[in-house]
Each structure stands twice: as structure tokens, then as C-alpha cells.
Design a binder for this molecule. Structure first.
Ligand SMILES: Nc1nc2c(c(=O)[nH]1)N[C@H]1C(S)=C(S)[C@@H](COP(=O)(O)OP(=O)(O)OC[C@H]3O[C@@H](n4cnc5c(=O)[nH]c(N)nc54)[C@H](O)[C@@H]3O)O[C@H]1N2
Ligand SMILES: Nc1nc2c(c(=O)[nH]1)N[C@H]1C(S)=C(S)[C@@H](COP(=O)(O)OP(=O)(O)OC[C@H]3O[C@@H](n4cnc5c(=O)[nH]c(N)nc54)[C@H](O)[C@@H]3O)O[C@H]1N2
Ligand SMILES: [Mo]
Length: 669
């Protein structure tokens, strides 16, 4: 008998969609968008439309595997769970005894965004005392900028954008990463509202906007400063509003006269008249919204770029109007549930070394006996394909004295290096609770399908590992469903103030809308929007440049429309449509190098030489090359991938990724 149940997309997107799953005999047969979803009303992306193909893939890992070949070869034999758990935990106990907890890393990466399945992994490694992970691979600098200016809260929810009257989409490939916002903007454009895109590469999203402005990579801070200079000079800054709303406005405003459009022209590559025009256009809007993506934050100057665009969003008084403000950070007014019940910071009694995920390749490649890592557990992650400096990553993972365990759904280039691979469930095969990054809702998805073979959820796997480690905490004896119920028994703000039907919906499986944030009061020290931040190395916002590498072209990673980092690698229908590894190039840069579309090219820097197929397009700014998507070796048909060219370096604030702050030369192959 066929049966439809509510579910939530588990992947690392700003939207966290709701969808309906049709099952027959506990097996998923089809999915469709949930028309009753409180935010997204049934729209789901092309990747999730055939989710059953991923769930039912014959390539799924269904039994625990033990390595029989060399590291990297990918040769395994199937073993029992009991054997796997015994051998893994025996090895961990030995390493802990001989080398201490600093020799261990437990990585719970972005594969699932579900709180239960993601944070239970952190719970075990808190208990063990393994290196504490600094998880800033998406947008660490942006988060730090939002913390600085807004105390981490107060962004607009995507749904509030219906009230805005003008939009700047700033460094966000919305066609790939935020379909719901794109659909809202498409509707609002029909009413005559303008969408301006400020990008370095507009291949995907440009066609959905009224105007595209391509700027030099990493020059966003200079553009924002010059726009503010124009607005202030024209007397269009909302000084009275800013006096109450913000701290530091007068002092910061006094620095603006030097940042003329002529000054910014040299940095951004935009004609001064264009900067003047868009600044005045922005100032003329009553409730403009700045929709900030992650592109500009993934650089050496990333945090400053984002601080400046957030400040720009406020200075005309837009934040006082419905729909006016900044989209990009957590828009919710509270956390709803107590996540620490899952990851248990109180379990951590040893506080040793930390490990920043952006520096993971360097950390794993370190062979110094005093500091080297001996045990590495990966859950929901694919470091070989997704993290910086692929060669160093593979060198580290090849070490005979690194004991690696990967919990995965399908084989990746990372599982090939594992000593043990454990088979993982898909979201519909376990229970979880999800909150999105750019919208105000919360949803739960219950286990609604049976997992194939011997797959186990992160929750169940971690509880078993804990048991075999000899940990007797009650935490590791309860089910994920029991934990969800306990959390729902003690809801936090705003869930505790809402109608009880909200909690009832979450107990059953479904999504509920939450109140929007307060956009006028912030959890900063004085409750105001903070322009000058004395806690930072750069208290007064100013222009900072990106890295100064000796290569001419900025290599920018672009989220692919048919992939979500490494997650859809097993969906061959999507991967075939995506095709080979492409590098977008501006016609001027291509002509200078005798390159045409379709040519085989090599991008190179001090780290590696990586092959691509050139795609020459006016939609990328001169001086920038764009690599869409995360590939694996099989789909790319080559050993070295984009991240062989990206350094393990950090942004100015927030210890964030600087993935876009890498430079290359490109030649015909
Ligand atoms: N389809 C799809 N969806 C995804 C993902 C995916 O890979 N595919 N990834 C998911 C994940 S993990 C995340 S973190 C989010 C990210 O999603 P968002 O936070 O919404 O931002 P992005 O779309 O990543 O923004 C990247 C854009 O920034 C541009 N850019 C790069 N450098 C600069 C610069 O210096 N200045 C300006 N102005 N623009 C610049 C790039 O060209 C690119 O278009 O998306 C999630 N959703
Ligand atoms: N060149 C380039 N590099 C990038 C990016 C880019 O756009 N370009 N994007 C960057 C960004 S924003 C991010 S967030 C990172 C992402 O990097 P990672 O966090 O490493 O994420 P993925 O590569 O998506 O790998 C996630 C893995 O988790 C598995 N998985 C999914 N659900 C579960 C589950 O429930 N349990 C377990 N055990 N496994 C599960 C999936 O099969 C998948 O292989 O990549 C970054 N790297
Ligand atoms: Mo991300």
C-alpha cells in the first residue's frame, strides 16, 4: 500500500525544504514538494525531485567494510558490525592511551544538517576529548561579520523580502543555492521592483536579474564604501535614524569622504558613474534589501567585505521599514530547542588542541611525532574532494600511522583512504530536526523507510561506538526519537510561546513557521547595530585587499546548480547533465592566452596543475576564473580537482575559509 509522509531536506542549503515521500512496504518510491510547507509551498529543487534515486541507489554502502588494499586503493572486505566496532574502538583506546586525545579528530561535516544526526557525532568526540573542531568551511568570515555588526541575529527572513522595494543580490549564486528566494524575486520583478546583481560571475543567476554588475574579485568592500560616500555626500544618509539604531555612525561617516567613486573605480574596475548611479538608486528606495551570499566572504578580506555591505544596508534607514535590511545570517528570533542536549558540551573535560576544518589537510599531513594526528573519524564529509589542498590531504590520509574511519552512504574519494567504512542511512531512514539558515521555520522528519542491508544512522552508530568504548552515559543508550521527544518536552523561545499545535506538529513530523527577528534591537553589548567594533583588529571599517599571490587570475569556487558540494555524486543522472570540470573565463583573459570555449586548459599555481575545459563567457569578470561544483575523480576523469589549487588559509576574522582567495595562471593544455 502506498503511503505519503512529510519529510525535510537534510542538505546544507539556506532553505531547508519540506517534501512528501511516497513509500511502499517501507521503501521510498517517489517524492514531491510539500504544498503545505509554511515557507516554500511545494517548490523543491531539481536535485531533490528524484531523491528516491539516491536512496535506492545500487551503489550504496550496505555493510561495514575493512580495508584490504593499500590506502587510496579502495579495496575492502565486508565484515560484521561487531568486528568493526571491536577493532575500531580497540585501536582508538590504544591511541588514546599512547598519544592522548589530541591525537584524535572527529569530523561531523555538512552531509546532514539534522541536529540529532550531526551533533551526536560531536557528543562522542566531546566525551573522548578529541581536538575541538572549528567548523568555518562555509562562511566563517560572514558569520563573524554578522556577529560583529548585529550580534549574530536580526537578518531578514527570505519570506520578508516580499515587502522590500529594491534588491541587491550581493555575491550569491541564487539560481543554485536559493531557489525559493529566486522565485520570490521573480514574482516581485513582475510588479516592477528591481533586482541588481553584484557578482564576479553571473553565469547562472544573471539572467534572473534586471542589472548585473561584475566587479573585480574581493573588491566588494571598496564598492560598499564608495556607495556610502556618495549617499552621505548627497545628504541621503538617515543620520537621525542611525543615531538611535547604530553605534559608531558619526565617527565612521567622518572617514567616508576619502572613498570617492573615482577611488573605488581603480579597485572595483567599475566606472565611477556606475557606482554613483547605483548608490543613488539604492538610496532612493524606501525598503531596499541587501541579500548577501558567501562569495565575498571567502577571501583574506572576507569579513571586512561583509561588514561593509551590512553597514551599507542600514545607512539610508531601510531597516526601519518592513522588507528593508540584510539577508544572510540567522533570521530566527530564538533557538526553539536546546541543541546542547545533543552535543553535550559538559561531556568535554579535556580541552586540548583545536582543529580548523580549513586547515585539515595541513593538520593531517603533519608528521611531527609531537603533534601528529593518529585517529580520524569522518561523518557526513568528503575532505579529499571538498577541502583545501587536495595533495596535502591525500598525503595525510595515506599515512600508515593515521587510522581513518569513514561513515558514509556511498563511496567517495575519501572512503578510499579509510581503514574502516561504516554504512550510513539517508534522511528518510532516520529521525531528525532541521532549521534553515535563511528562513524562519523548523521542521522534523521521522524515520519513514527501512534502510538497506546493515546501514545505521549516525545516532545509532555513535551510540554503539560509545558502548564499545566502555562509556556508560545514559546519553548513548537512548534513541534519536527519545532525544527529540525530550527536547520537545522543554521547548525554548520562541517555540515555548507559540500555540501548542506547533510542538504537536514537530512530534509527528512536519514544519512550522516561526516569528521573524526583531530588526531594530540586537544582541550586541549596547543592543545597537555596531559599526565600530573595538574587539576586532580593525575596529573602524575600511578597505582591505585580498591575498597578494603572484598569479594573475582569481580562482573562484561557484556552487553548481546540479550538485550540492559532494552530496549528489551518486546521482549519475545529475552528474551526466553536469558534464566535465569547466573553468569559466572572460573573453579578454582567454584571448590573451589563445584559449577558446571547449579547449583543454591547465590552471596552475604553487600547489598544483589542474585540467579543465574552458568556457569563455562575458558573464565572468576579467581577472577571474570560475570553477562550478565539487567533483569526484571518477566524474572528472582525473586525479586532481579544484581544491588541489586552494590553499589552507584563513580569512581576516572568524577563522573562516578563504576558498575564493586563490590565484592561478591558465594555459592551453
Ligand atoms: N545547488 C547548490 N546549492 C547549494 C550548494 C551547492 O553547492 N549547490 N552549496 C550549499 C552550501 S554548503 C552553502 S554554504 C550555500 C552557499 O550559498 P550562498 O551563501 O547563498 O552563496 P553562494 O551562492 O555560495 O555565493 C557564491 C557566489 O559568490 C560569487 N563570488 C565569489 N567571489 C566573489 C567576490 O569577491 N565578490 C562578489 N560580489 N561575488 C563573489 C560567486 O561567483 C558565486 O556566484 O549554498 C548551499 N546550496
Ligand atoms: N571547490 C569547491 N570546494 C568546496 C565548495 C565549493 O563550492 N567548491 N563548497 C564548500 C562548502 S560551502 C562546504 S559546506 C563544503 C562541504 O564539504 P563536506 O562537508 O565534506 O560535504 P560534502 O562534500 O557535501 O560531503 C558530505 C558527505 O556526507 C554524506 N552524507 C550525507 N548524509 C549523511 C548522513 O546522514 N550520515 C553520514 N554519515 N553521511 C552523510 C554524503 O554522502 C557526502 O559524501 O565543501 C566546500 N568545498
Ligand atoms: Mo557550505
Amino acid at each position: 500500500m502506498s503511503n505519503w509522509m512529510k519529510a525535510v531536506c537534510p542538505y546544507d542549503c539556506p532553505g531547508t525544504c519540506g517534501f512528501l515521500v511516497e513509500t511502499e512496504n517501507q521503501k521510498v518510491v517517489s517524492v514531491k514538494g510539500d504544498p503545505d510547507h509554511p515557507m516554500h509551498h511545494g517548490l523543491i529543487c531539481e536535485k531533490m525531485q528524484n531523491y528516491e534515486r539516491a536512496v535506492n541507489s545500487p551503489e550504496r554502502i550496505t555493510r561495514p567494510l575493512k580495508r584490504v588494499g593499500k590506502k587510496g586503493e579502495g579495496k575492502f572486505e565486508a565484515i560484521s558490525w561487531d568486528q568493526a566496532l571491536t577493532e575500531i574502538t580497540d585501536q582508538w583506546k590504544k591511541i588514546l592511551k599512547e598519544d592522548g586525545p589530541d591525537a584524535m579528530i572527529g569530523l561531523s561535516s555538512s552531509g546532514t544538517q539534522g541536529w540529532l544526526q550531526k551533533s551526536i557525532v560531536d557528543c562522542l568526540f566531546n566525551k573522548i576529548g578529541a581536538r575541538e573542531m572549528v567548523m568555518t568551511l562555509c562562511n566563517g568570515a560572514k558569520d563573524a561579520a554578522i556577529d560583529s555588526v548585529m550580534g549574530g541575529k536580526g537578518s531578514l527572513c527570505g519570506s520578508e523580502l516580499k515587502d522590500s522595494d529594491y534588491y541587491i543580490v550581493w555575491g550569491c549564486n541564487m539560481r543554485a543555492t536559493n531557489l525559493h528566494m529566486l522565485s520570490l524575486l521573480t514574482n516581485e520583478r513582475k510588479k516592477g521592483k528591481k533586482v541588481l546583481l553584484i557578482e564576479v560571475c553571473a553565469v547562472d543567476t544573471g539572467k534572473y536579474c534586471d542589472e548585473v554588475i561584475l566587479i573585480k574579485p574581493g573588491s566588494d568592500g571598496a564598492l560598499a564604501l564608495a556607495m556610502m560616500q556618495v549617499i552621505a555626500e548627497a545628504g541621503l544618509a538617515a543620520d537621525d535614524f542611525m543615531k538611535d539604531f547604530a553605534s559608531g555612525w558619526e565617527e565612521f561617516k567622518a572617514t567616508l569622504p576619502q572613498y570617492t567613486p573615482e577611488w573605488a573605480e581603480k579597485i572595483t574596475g567599475l566606472p565611477a558613474e556606475t557606482i554613483r548611479r547605483i548608490a543613488l538608486e539604492f538610496a532612493a528606495a524606501k525598503a531596499p534589501a541587501v541579500i548577501g551570499g558567501t562569495g565575498a566572504c571567502r577571501r583574506k578580506n572576507g569579513g571586512m567585505n561583509i561588514r561593509l555591505t551590512i553597514i551599507l544596508s542600514a545607512i539610508t534607514g531601510a531597516w526601519a521599514q518592513p522588507g528593508g535590511g540584510y539577508v544572510g545570517g540567522n533570521p530566527r528570533s530564538g533557538s526553539c530547542l536546546d541543541r546542547s542536549m545533543i552535543f553535550r558540551p559538559d561531556f568535554r573535560t579535556y580541552h586540548g588542541k583545536k582543529a580548523n576544518i580549513n586547515l585539515l589537510s595541513t593538520i593531517l599531513a603533519d608528521t611531527d611525532p609531537a603533534s601528529k594526528v593518529k585517529a580520524f573519524y569522518v561523518s557526513g564529509g568528503n575532505p579529499v574532494n571538498a577541502i583545501h589542498n587536495q595533495k596535502a590531504m591525500e598525503a595525510g590520509l595515506s599515512r600508515e600511522d593515521l587510522f581513518t574511519v569513514v561513515h558514509e552512504q556511498i563511496h567517495t574519494d575519501t572512503t578510499k583512504y579509510a581503514d574502516y567504512v561504516l554504512p550510513a542511512t539517508f534522511s528518510v531512514e532516520h529521525t531528525d530536526v532541521y532549521t534553515p539558515a535563511s528562513y524562519c521555520h523548523i521542521g522534523t522528519g521521522m524515520k519513514i523507510a527501512d534502510a538497506p542491508g546493515e546501514c545505521k544512522s549516525n545516532w545509532d552508530t555513535i551510540c554503539l561506538l560509545a558502548k564499545y568504548m566502555g562509556f556508560e552515559d545514559e546519553q548513548f543508550t537512548i534513541t534519536a526519537e527519545e532525544m527529540l521527544n525530550r527536547m520537545l518536552d522543554k521547548p525554548l523561545s520562541p517555540l515555548c510561546d507559540m500555540d501548542p499545535s506547533a510542538v504537536a506538529t514537530l512530534r509527528e513530523g512536519g514544519s512550522v513557521a516561526l516569528p521573524y527577528s526583531d530588526h531594530l534591537h540586537f544582541p550586541t553589548p549596547d543592543g545597537r547595530f555596531r559599526i565600530i567594533d573595538e574587539t576586532l583588529d580593525e575596529p573602524v571599517p575600511r578597505y582591505l585587499p585580498d591575498f597578494d599571490d603572484p598569479y594573475p587570475l582569481s580562482l573562484t569556487a561557484i556552487p553548481g546548480t546540479l550538485s550540492l558540494n559532494g552530496v549528489f555524486a551518486g546521482r549519475h543522472d545529475l552528474m551526466e547533465r553536469r558534464g566535465a570540470m569547466i573553468l569559466y573565463m572572460n573573453p579578454a583573459d582567454a584571448a590573451k592566452r589563445g584559449i577558446s570555449s571547449g579547449d583543454q586548459i591547465l590552471a596552475k599555481n604553487d600547489l598544483a596543475e589542474v585540467a579543465f575545459t574552458a568556457e569563455v563567457t562575458e558573464q565572468i569578470v576579467a581577472g577571474c576564473v570560475g570553477a562550478p561544483g565539487v567533483y569526484n575523480k571518477q566524474d572528472a576523469g582525473q586525479e586532481l580537482l579544484v581544491n588541489a589549487l586552494t590553499h589552507s588559509r584563513l580569512s581576516d576574522i572568524g577563522e573562516g575559509t578563504a576558498m575564493n582567495g586563490n590565484y592561478v595562471e591558465v594555459v592551453k593544455a
